[in-house]
Design a protein around this ligand. Structure first.
Ligand code: AQP
Length: 338
């Protein structure tokens, strides 16, 4: 039995709509940085996507779009392994074992399910409820040690650690699965809606003005930043003074994340400045950073055969790592191996 402790990154994004600034700053930027530091596996989460209805005629092209966004953001398929989740069946097989390790009480505490299901949880799919268990399998099938995600995924990562720990304990295989760490840091970890500083920027928000999409053109970005909700006060000198001003805090955080600076550094530059002046600066920065990504996405999408080739190569590489882990798990659990 191997004890794999060489650092390895795993993360993914669901093909459930246009990627937005939150996905970019919370996830994609970190993927592209980490690929140069650790072995990196990044998948398109199409198994997760169908926890809510997806049109089968569109799903493959939605997967290609996310892959195009990865490539446009700077993931290099020669360095990182990029693949569709459904092309690696080991994820789903390990998820079954984890369904039997995780406890109902653990899943009952997951706030994302509560948020997504709202008042009618009995109408949601069982898959949406067990989504974090599949996520644990996504990570642990590669024995990944680092998981770059936005802050909304923190609780799911804790559940992954609980599942790894309980599996290792119940089957008396100490250290078989690592306890992976979430990589959540910096001002991009939780980007909020441009219309409401108390809810996160989200693909499923009915208002397109709540988010900046990676495919938005310069005009759309300028309009959305101009219309973003703010307050009448000028920007303060310290991040502490933004605590009761969620919309202002969000816009300053976006500026900082896009420039790779801290909120404190941005405030040093803009203290005393009102939103009439700050918003155009933010809009220009967003256009400068995002327009090239949107253009590159469109170029990649114009060659779907090349995307498919990259995804197929990635799936082959991913299976080379996933299959031995699953074989070990089967032997540990006592399943028929053959
Ligand atoms: N607002 C956000 N700020 C920072 N990071 C974010 N992420 C999502 N929203 C923000 C991060 O993006 C990655 C991919 O997310 P996902 O595809 O799994 O879907 P999600 O978290 O459900 O994203 P959305 O946009 O909010 O979709 P819907 O509306 O369908 O729920 C994750 O790392 C996530 O943390």
């Amino acid at each position: 039995m191997t004890t794999h402790r060489h650092p390895r990154v795993l993360s993914g994004v669901q093909p459930t709509g246009d990627l937005h600034l939150g996905n970019y700053l919370g996830a994609l930027v970190k993927f592209t940085r980490l690929q140069h530091e650790m072995e990196t596996f990044i998948f398109v989460a199409d198994l997760h996507a169908v926890t809510q209805w997806q049109d089968p005629k569109l799903l493959k092209s939605q997967v290609r779009e996310i892959a195009a966004a990865y490539l446009a953001a700077g993931l290099d398929p020669e360095i990182a392994t990029i693949f569709p989740q459904s092309a690696v069946p080991e994820h789903a097989e390990l998820a079954w074992v984890f369904n039997c390790v995780a406890r109902l009480g653990w899943l009952d505490r997951m706030t994302q399910f509560k948020d997504k299901a709202g008042k009618h949880k009995e109408r949601e799919s069982v898959g949406l409820y067990t989504y974090p268990v599949l996520q644990a399998a996504d990570i642990l099938i590669y024995k990944a040690t680092h998981v770059p995600v936005g802050e909304d995924q923190k609780q799911h990562l804790e559940l992954t650690r609980d599942i790894a720990q309980k599996f290792n304990h119940d089957f008396e295989v100490p250290d078989f699965f690592p306890l992976p760490e979430a990589v959540i840091e910096g001002p991009g970890a939780r980007i909020m809606s441009l219309r409401d500083g108390s809810s996160k920027m989200s693909k499923s928000d009915p208002s397109d003005y709540s988010r900046i999409n990676l495919t938005d053109d310069a005009d759309a970005i300028l309009q959305k930043v101009r219309k973003a909700r703010t307050d009448p006060e000028p920007l303060p000198e310290t991040p502490d003074e933004l605590k009761e001003r969620p919309e202002a805090q969000n816009l300053v955080g976006i500026y900082a994340a896009l420039e790779g600076r801290t909120t404190a550094e941005v405030l040093t530059e803009f203290a005393g400045v009102g939103f009439g002046q700050f918003k155009p600066r933010l809009a220009d920065l967003a256009v400068a950073k995002l327009s090239p990504i949107g253009d590159a996405m469109r170029r990649f999408m114009a060659d779907p055969a090349e995307i498919d080739r990259i995804l197929a190569t990635g799936a082959g590489r991913a299976r080379e790592v996933a299959a031995p882990t699953l074989a070990e798990v089967k032997s540990i659990v006592g399943y028929w191996a053959g």
